[in-house]
Design a protein around this ligand. Structure first.
Ligand code: F3S
Length: 406
């Protein structure tokens, strides 16, 4: 693999031990994937932030790397942590967990990583441009960056993204190469798509079917826009490993011209029923309702506030979002309207990476197919999956409603 003089110097340790270690990781990945060289990157998003997943070994690894003088050389943001970094005490997180989580954040800060703690960096100012090479790790954000923004990233792991940040390079393979960005499977979507839950259910089915291929989706009956796509991409990346998809007439590379490889496979989705059967459980009482997976936008928070105005919740309703989005919503009076109902606008975390089982919750309702897919295994919770309207009704009554809301 070709390395520039600067890259060879990094690998030889001339830039310090922390950079040498990072370059070793980048080069090792390049060799595994037969990259011909490295590509300079303009942005990084790092996953592996919750102490729940990192444990003491992960924390020590980060602290050691920081102590070796490693620093991010390009703008780098962080995925959600295991708790709200300011309201953890009132939300019931233990001081022991909080202390360790704070050390993780401090280690990342020492490494030069901005502690944004969100899976939607693209909603809070970290927006790569079309065609830019980047190294992002959070699977839903990878999907959004590649598909909706037209940037170029593989699905990095936590350490490989951090190594890319420290060296400013990633190996040129996979989705950094033109030829690998063509759709190899065309998916005809036949059922009507009427809600974000339907989009998530669709994503779940497509991900299961196409695994890590690049699909082109052709919708028969959907009037959404690219603002709705974060939930679709998150689901496809969870049940499969879809890191890039195209939508005819909507996503930028599909608009730019023919994005289909020669002789693609053709499949159809006839119904969403199998997804609802797989993701929606049967528990009736719900004690935690989680919205904001991927992290909620300001517009989503506003529409939740409008639904809750003048009403009181029975179950805990936590809407997760980026801290910057929460601050904007606070300024607009939206947080106060939501929290007047008893619900909480929770920043910096999500219910998959937070230790929710330790907080005493047993049954979770969500409008996110990704969360419904992961929550049983990650948190041991019983799960209901449905529309935002159903979830809000469940939060108000403490019971999963029989019919679908709006
Ligand atoms: Fe984000 Fe957590 Fe969902 S990281 S995409 S809110 S599972």
């Amino acid at each position: 693999m070709y390395l520039t003089d600067e890259e060879q110097a990094m690998l030889a340790g001339e830039w310090g031990e922390g950079v040498r270690k990072a370059m070793e990781i980048v080069v090792a990945l390049g060799r595994i994937y037969h990259a011909r060289d490295l590509v300079p990157i303009s942005s990084v998003q790092v996953s592996g932030v919750s102490y729940k997943n990192l444990g003491d070994a992960g924390l020590q690894f980060l602290e050691e790397w920081a102590a070796q003088g490693a620093r991010a050389r390009v703008p780098t943001t962080l995925n959600p942590a295991g708790m709200d970094l300011s309201a953890w005490r009132e939300l019931g997180f233990s001081p022991e967990f909080a202390r360790r989580q704070e050390r993780v954040i401090a280690a990342y800060a020492a490494l030069g990583v901005m502690p944004t703690c969100t899976c939607t960096p693209y909603l809070v100012g970290h927006v790569p441009a079309y065609g830019q090479h980047i190294a992002w790790a959070e699977s839903s954000a990878v999907s959004y960056a590649n598909s909706v923004l037209g940037a170029r990233t593989n699905r990095e792991g936590g350490p490989s993204a951090l190594a890319a940040a420290i060296t400013g390079r990633t190996a040129r393979y996979g989705l950094h190469l033109d030829g690998n960005r063509l759709a190899t499977v065309v998916v005809e979507v036949r059922p009507a798509i009427r809600s974000e839950a339907d989009l998530g259910a669709l994503g779940y089915l497509v991900g299961q079917q196409v695994k890590n291929k690049v699909p082109l989706l052709e919708f028969r009956d959907w009037e959404g826009s690219d603002r709705d796509l974060k939930t679709l991409g998150a689901a496809m990346a969870a049940s499969g490993a879809v890191a890039l998809y195209h939508i005819a007439g909507m996503t930028p590379e599909a608009m730019a011209g023919d994005r289909v490889a020669p002789a693609p496979e053709r499949v159809a989705v006839d119904s969403l029923k199998a997804a609802y059967q797989a993701l929606d459980g049967s528990v009736e009482g719900v004690d935690l309702v989680s919205l904001g997976c991927p992290h909620a936008s300001l517009a989503e928070l506003e529409s939740i506030a409008a639904y809750l105005d003048g009403r009181r919740t029975t179950a805990a309703l936590w809407i997760t979002t980026a801290r910057a989005t929460r601050q904007a919503a606070e300024g607009a009076g939206v947080v106060a309207r939501i929290e007047a109902s008893g619900a909480r606008v929770v920043a910096d975390t999500c219910m998959v990476v937070a230790p929710v089982d330790e907080l005493g919750f047993r049954a979770l309702a969500t409008n996110s197919a990704k969360m419904a897919f992961y929550a049983p295994a990650h948190s041991g919770l019983a799960v209901r999956f449905g529309t935002t309207g159903q979830c809000l009704e469940a939060a108000l009554s403490g019971r999963w409603p029989a019919s679908r809301g709006g």
